[in-house]
Ligand binder design. Structure first.
Ligand SMILES: Cc1cc2nc3c(=O)[nH]c(=O)nc-3n(C[C@H](O)[C@H](O)[C@H](O)COP(=O)(O)OP(=O)(O)OC[C@H]3O[C@@H](n4cnc5c(N)ncnc54)[C@H](O)[C@@H]3O)c2cc1C
Length: 523
């Protein structure tokens, strides 16, 4: 599969909904493929009406213009048919009738519907011309004409009302087996719509001219237009491969069509698959379908943007919190100053040396400082490269005999039976409040009478701009206190300490704040 076969979104169907969706996505710089079989629902009609700005445009001209417009934004539009869409671990694979296979992260179904017409000889041939269904699409064009409404279901009363608005010569022909609700019958009588009963035998034409309907009794009802209720049905071809099945649209207890069910943002029951336009709502007109495609595509784009950002977050977190990134960081030049961390110096200078655990030892500066003051130090880190640096630096400093290293990840580390007189964690940070659990683990390693010292960047540092986007990693000293068992600890320091530091970007001096928690385990 080449780059040309890999898309953010495959749009199935390039009618008004699909092309409008593609416009939104293309203008958002998404890689989009529109696969269109070229059979829009209104293709039988000579002109499309009720579409602001393009009133009376031939349907295929409107779509040709739309294709050119979306192509200008880098969207690929291909004349083909999607025959199957399957889910993969990374998205979807769509297969077309021509044998092309493409991948996509999302699928937007805008495949429209197919109109099933009542079975009256001669009706289908005139569909979209003088056999109509929608007063808003072509009602104006038959105003003041003689109109028959063929009642094959419950919609007939509704159509009678609306076409009577346009003409004072409307007759409803009620097919066998159809019973109009009494309220509709009364309304028709009141507004001057006549009723004829019996399934008509055929549509009568003369040359290419509609003459009327041959009624059940053999008489001719001369008419200039015939209104029918089609039953729009979702095309099933590729839906089954996706695990989608159509939902019946019900009116007055009768099935009047089918759609794909969606939620308010256009998501179907299959995650990652969206739908818009007539395929989701059989009452949508052209402009409504276009607007819906435009709207749902915006949600598709937002979904993709959120996914991209989540991936970036995961990568960034791996950079900040996972071992491979730290191995790489410590494998080159020295990255820290080599000086002891200021809050360790402030808090540990007065302590009587014993056994110290330096958590996240990095290049060993704190371990060396402690060892020089007489502590026997266990330097712990999850990066092998850090431990190697610590050993080398401790040896250089002449305190190699008082610094041992241990490889462990504090997120899962348990001290077992081992205890230290000082457990120090300087600027170890974790996302989503993870430092509370780490503090609990570290606390369990403190000997009776010993000291736990946890220091990190305070959330106020966000204001300095130094720690942009790190909010969930920073912690207050108070937030760590729940990690300490009740009655077992004396909190000696719970403070926020300002100090000055150089902004790594501008080099300017800024004030930063350290969270300092120092607690002593009761003896
Ligand atoms: C006779 C008639 C006249 C109409 N006149 C008007 C009018 O004047 N004004 C108005 O507002 N509304 C009109 N409508 C309604 C209008 O046609 C629909 O509202 C509109 O077409 C819906 O747009 P859509 O994009 O959802 O679907 P469609 O326009 O039907 O487009 C769907 C596209 O998807 C393609 N497709 C389907 N399956 C696949 C597949 N598997 N792979 C690839 N492509 C596929 C189809 O070939 C088609 O090109 C009319 C309807 C009819 C039946």
């Amino acid at each position: 599969m080449t780059e040309n076969d890999s898309f953010d979104v495959v749009v199935v169907g390039g009618g008004a909904a699909g092309l409008s969706g593609a416009m939104t996505l293309g203008r958002s710089r998404r890689r989009v493929l529109v696969v269109d079989a070229g059979e829009p629902r209104n293709a039988p009609a000579g002109h499309a009406h009720n579409y602001l700005g393009r009133e009376g445009v031939p349907p295929l001209d409107l779509l040709a213009d739309g294709r050119a417009e979306v192509e200008a934004y880098g969207v690929e539009v291909t004349h083909d048919r999607v025959t199957a869409v399957t889910r993969t671990d990374h998205g979807f694979v769509a297969t077309t009738g021509s044998g092309r296979e493409v991948t996509a992260r999302r699928v937007l179904i805008t495949a429209g519907v197919v109109d099933e017409l009542p079975e009256v000889p001669g009706l289908t041939e005139r569909w979209g011309r003088d056999v109509l269904h929608c007063p808003y699409c072509h009602g104006w064009e038959v105003r003041d004409r003689t109109i028959a409404v063929l009642a094959t279901g419950p919609v007939a009363g509704h159509q009678g009302l609306l076409f009577r608005q346009l003409s004072d010569d409307v007759v409803i022909v009620v097919a066998d087996g159809v019973e109009l609700p009494p309220a509709d019958v009364e309304r028709m009588a009141a507004i001057g719509v006549r009723l004829e009963y019996g399934t008509p035998r055929e549509v009568v034409t003369e040359g290419d001219r509609l003459v009327g309907l041959r009624l059940a009794d053999g008489s001719l009802l001369e008419r200039e237009a015939i209104v029918v209720a089609s039953r729009p049905q979702v095309r099933l071809d590729f839906l089954t491969s996706l695990g989608l099945s159509p939902q019946t649209v019900d009116m007055g207890g009768a099935a009047i069509g089918s759609v794909i069910a969606i939620d308010p943002v256009g998501t179907t029951s299959v995650p990652g698959v969206y739908a818009a336009g007539n395929v989701t709502d059989i009452s949508m007109t052209l402009i409504g379908s276009a607007a819906h495609g435009n709207r749902v595509a915006a949600f598709v784009n937002a979904d993709l943007a959120a996914e991209d950002a989540d991936r970036a977050v995961a990568e960034r977190r791996a950079e900040m919190f996972e071992q491979p990134a730290w191995e790489e960081r410590y494998s080159g030049e020295r990255i820290w100053s080599g000086r002891v961390n200021p809050q360790l110096e402030a808090e540990a200078s007065s302590l009587t040396p014993g056994r110290a655990l330096d958590v996240g030892c990095g290049e060993g500066a704190d371990a060396i400082w402690l060892a020089r003051r007489g502590w026997s130090v266990t330097a712990l880190d999850f990066a092998v490269a850090a431990l190697e640096k610590t050993t080398a630096h401790a040896t250089e400093a002449g305190v190699g005999d008082r610094v041992t290293t241990r490889r462990a990840d504090v997120r899962s580390w348990e001290p077992g039976g081992e205890r230290w007189d000082l457990v120090s964690s300087q600027f170890v940070h974790l996302p989503d409040g993870g430092m509370v659990d780490v503090t609990r683990r570290l606390a369990s390693a403190v000997a009776p009478g010993g000291v736990l010292l946890v220091v990190g960047h305070h959330p106020d540092d966000m204001a300095t701009g130094l720690r942009h986007g790190h909010r969930s990693f920073l912690f207050t000293p108070e937030s760590l206190i729940p990690a300490l068992e009740d009655g077992e600890w004396e909190i000696e320091v719970c403070a926020v300490r300002p100090r000055t530091a150089a902004d790594p970007h501008s080099g300017e001096e800024v004030t930063v704040r350290d969270s300092v928690l120092r607690a002593r385990r009761l003896g």
